[in-house]
Design a protein around this ligand. Structure first.
Ligand code: UDP
Ligand code: MG
Length: 241
């Protein structure tokens, strides 16, 4: 591990950005590995852009990527993945629900594992969201043969080379562990803290997420079924001439 790229999609999170940056920067320094923090402003219409510019101006480790317009979490992540220069990519949400202090314990698994996915055992969201997520994970695992308990946890440590091979589509950020497994990744889940959202609002409604998520699930199931699981080698022959 030589350099860590933290990738954070941002849509209207103005009040969350400074506290998040302070917390993450403290943890990143403590870890000791060289790092960059990429904020991807996904067409925010609040004050997020100005706050990010201020943070980036004062901190050379921060890079600011701006989407041309609001393009969704998958698109913002995809832009961050392409722009990242580290060999390890760590994603987290901009809303402060993920706790950066979980990262050092997750990194201990990096090496034997290529992807460390957070598992929010005690989730701090409304009961309706927790229930929807529980049902979503169960259906997803049933239809894909996966065992991931919390694919929607944004706190993830990932091998950058594998992530950069992914072709992202809208909605596929919810399937990253499965897609990375198709790229040959060894995936492990590690329990992480989860905090209530104290500022700003969630960007998704349950129904929206359920319907879009189901269509995406069928696409991912197709990918798993059709994945090329083949090996090949060139046959070298000795020639008499
Ligand atoms: N987000 C984004 N673009 C969008 C919607 C969300 O970049 O169109 C970001 C958002 O700012 C947050 C993360 O994606 O950092 C997850 O969104 P949110 O916290 O609203 O989702 P929830 O935690 O409610 O599932
Ligand atoms: Mg959130």
């Amino acid at each position: 591990m030589q350099r860590i790229s933290y990738v954070i999609p941002v849509f209207n999170e103005a009040d969350n950005l400074c506290p998040l940056f302070q917390e993450l920067d403290t943890t990143a320094r403590r870890i000791g590995t060289a790092y960059e923090i990429l904020f991807i402003d996904d067409g925010s219409t609040d004050n997020s852009r100005a706050v990010l510019e201020e943070i980036a101006r004062a901190n050379p480790c921060v890079r600011l990527i701006a989407m041309d317009r609001n393009s969704g979490q998958s698109a913002a992540l995809a832009a961050g993945f392409q722009a990242a220069t580290g060999d390890v990519i760590i994603t987290l949400d901009a809303d402060g629900q993920n706790d950066p202090s979980d990262i050092p314990a997750m990194l201990k698994w990096y090496g034997p594992y290529d992807v460390i996915n957070g598992w929010r055992r005690s989730r701090q969201d409304r009961w309706s969201k927790r229930l929807a997520s529980r049902i979503g994970n169960a259906i997803r695992n049933r239809l894909t043969g996966e065992t991931i308990r919390d694919t929607g946890c944004s706190l993830k440590v990932m091998n950058a080379a594998m992530v950069k091979r992914l072709k992202m589509y809208r909605g596929l950020h919810r399937f990253l562990p499965t897609l990375l497994r198709l790229e040959g990744a060894c995936v492990i889940e590690v329990e992480v803290h989860h905090r209530p959202r104290t500022r700003g609002v969630s960007k998704y409604s349950n129904w929206q997420r359920a319907w879009a998520g189901f269509q995406d699930l069928l696409a991912v199931r197709w990918m798993i079924r059709r994945a090329l699981r083949v090996g090949w080698h060139e046959v070298k022959l000795e020639r008499s001439l």
